[in-house]
Write a protein that binds this ligand. Sequence first.
Ligand code: GDP
Ligand code: MG
Length: 370
Amino acid sequence: PEAITVGELAKRMGEKGADLVKELFNLDMMVTVNQTIDQDTAELLVEQFGHNITRVSEADVDIAVEEDVDPAETLKPRPPVVTIMGHVDHGKTSLLDALRGTKVTKGEAGGITQHIGSYQVKTKGGDTVTFLDTPGHAAFTEMRQRGANVTDIVVLVVAADDGIMPQTIEAINHTKAAGVPMIVAINKIDKPEANPDNVRNRLLEHEVIVEKMSGDVQDVEVSATEGTGLDELLEKIALQAELLELKARPDRDAEATVIEAQLDKGRGPVATVLVTRGTLKRGDTFVVGTESGRVRAVVNDAGKQIKEAGPSMPVEVLGLGGVPSAGDVLTVVENEARAREVAQYRQEKATEKRTALAPTSFDTMFNQAN
Ligand code: GDP
Ligand code: MG
């Protein structure tokens, strides 16, 4: 997640710094050649100038596990994975909580305390939606850099009383760079000073044209604190998901991506993972990053131990040998010998890559292909 100066990026692209500054100005970013821009903005620029991007991803390290593409006939529909982004204080956490609240009231009475930040919700229409609690834009970018593009849909939260702010623009750039569809949630419409049409208008300047402005980006007015518009938001997510025709093979050894992980005092290393394909089961032997392990428990978003977790499910996994990093891929393998083998291979690869890396990892991000 390093930044790069505009001047350095221009040099690598073989373009004039001033031309990049001009393009950035069009993206509403006032920067000079000596200032730094974040990686997604840099990627967007590179693409806009018609250059190719070479992304160095950790996924390269995964070739020890055979490239096995699941045959089309084995694929089944899976829930969409949604990440909420937006400017600080525009209501991301409140919206995550409010959406989760709808589930608690519909499910167990008494309001169970939720266990993990990422969770699934059922819409009124019966669809399931997965919400990922990723700590900020940096995490989104870092995971993407590592080839772990797990988000299917971004919900961009914009406070109706505050409008488009710097991190709103950042989120738009991240989303565009990731090629992920966006739904705009115009939040805090309960406030007297709320001006949702102003938000819609200002979004035009960033080439986000919402439905009400005759565009194709879905928008919905919500109030996270009052609970207004939440069902509508869920419906729009389900609609968007339908268009994406998201599928994964459930009946195979699981692959999952680490969303977050920490060392728990009582339980040891614990990782929240998102299952990307297959079904993760208690007792499975796995490799995550360069560590091997055996699934001691699978815990769902309500804190309950479950036997197995299928595609798009966020679960906690216990039984890790160490604490993995966000974006690490957990791969189930047939036995412990194989797990050790893959872990060792990944370790070697990681070492190789570290020594091969230029002074900053960002240096390897781009090359001038044309
Ligand atoms: P985040 O930084 O984007 O996660 O924003 P938070 O969810 O922490 O919300 C920031 C502040 O805005 C808090 O004080 C919330 O109570 C408030 N807030 C969030 N959503 C709404 C809303 O829909 N209406 C009103 N009036 N306040 C809200
Ligand atoms: Mg927050």
